[in-house]
Design a protein around this ligand. Structure first.
Ligand code: ATP
Length: 311
């Protein structure tokens, strides 16, 4: 099965406004609250693809209870650890031109006891886990190298570990035998400490990261598709032009496509087709971490992949 860790879930509130002006009282056309946080977006999309992932992380307070209720309605397996602090709320304000402004709360702090309880649950679910996805930021209270610790557990248990995070927690996890990371251009720039202005730059930066033991590095580039680099090959993915409504969560949806494809032991090219189709489908809808399976079937046929050997 697929297990998805979201340490810091949220209630995502999407406000749709005609115009967004700082310093004025404005009225939203509609507000759409959904359970969010990168890992929960991933889990929702995996469920839509036909697998039921098990979800771990920390939730607390009224917001946590709301998320718990929602994920049970969606049909995800709930193995969250309950904490005393309140789960966060994140805002995404979208105007009529599709311009998005996000306000993200930091989230709660976890105690030593909370972490022990999480680790007990993790041990329990890993027995049946083939693919483990960890997405998003760490919580306050967790050690900065916690994703490294999880990577090492996956290595020991022979579980494929997909890590989608950024900053210090990603840097500290790089040597933990990760199966796949999916930085976007900005994240790859931060990670490789250089500017990425072309596909060649992205490939060059990713090649250096392969030396750290990561099996697959996938650089997502929005409308320009994706590049995946592993020890043997480079895959350049081109996606067709689409009418985008809200691309937030397209990366999370791609991660879901990868996790599903890896679980089903698809060929890497089919994993890439599914991952890109999921990202594209998500971009068509207002809701974050939302896809339609009909879109996937359509898009998969229009995605082209060029494969060549690493030199
Ligand atoms: P997020 O952090 O919001 O989840 P991201 O920056 O990690 O997103 P992107 O590179 O924006 O991820 O998108 C992931 C994939 O989704 C792309 O590789 C592509 O396949 C698809 N996608 C995203 N935006 C577009 C777009 N405008 N047109 C076509 N496909 C898109």
């Amino acid at each position: 099965m697929i297990t998805v860790i979201t340490f810091n879930p949220s209630i995502d509130r999407l406000y749709n406004l005609d115009t967004f002006q700082v310093g004025f009282v404005q009225r939203a056309n509609f507000v759409n609250p959904t359970p969010g946080g990168k890992g929960l977006n991933v889990a929702k999309v995996i469920k839509k693809l036909g697998e039921t992932p098990t979800c771990l992380g920390f939730i607390g307070g009224f917001n946590g209870a709301y998320i718990e209720h929602e994920i049970e309605c969606i049909g995800l397996k709930n193995k969250f650890t309950k904490i005393d602090d309140e789960t966060r709320i994140c805002l995404n304000i979208i105007d009529a031109n599709g311009v998005s402004t996000e306000i993200l709360e930091k989230g709660p702090t976890v105690s030593k006891n909370d972490i022990e309880e999480f680790e007990r649950k993790l041990k329990e679910v890993l027995v049946n886990t083939k693919v483990l996805v960890a997405s998003g930021s760490l919580l306050q209270g967790l050690p900065k190298e916690y994703y490294f610790t999880i990577g090492k557990i996956c290595e020991r248990e022979n579980i494929k570990f997909i890590l989608d995070t950024s900053g210090v927690s990603l840097e500290l996890a790089l040597d933990s035998n990760i199966y796949l990371i999916k930085p976007n251009k900005d994240e790859l720039e931060a990670l490789s400490k250089r500017n990425i202005n072309s596909k060649e730059d992205a490939i060059d930066a990713a090649k250096k990261l392969l030396n750290r033991g990561i099996k697959n590095i996938c650089v997502s580039m929005g409308k320009d598709g994706m590049i995946l680099i592993n020890e043997d090959n480079i895959y350049e993915v081109e996606v067709p032009k689409i009418e985008v409504l809200n691309p937030v969560g397209s990366g999370d949806s791609s991660i879901a496509g990868f996790a599903y494809g890896i679980l089903k032991e698809y060929h890497i090219k089919d994993c890439l087709r599914l991952a890109n189709a999921c990202g594209m489908s998500n971009a068509l809808y207002m809701e974050t971490g939302y896809i339609e399976t009909d879109d996937i079937e359509t898009f998969i046929k229009d995605i082209s992949i060029v494969e060549y050997a690493v030199n």
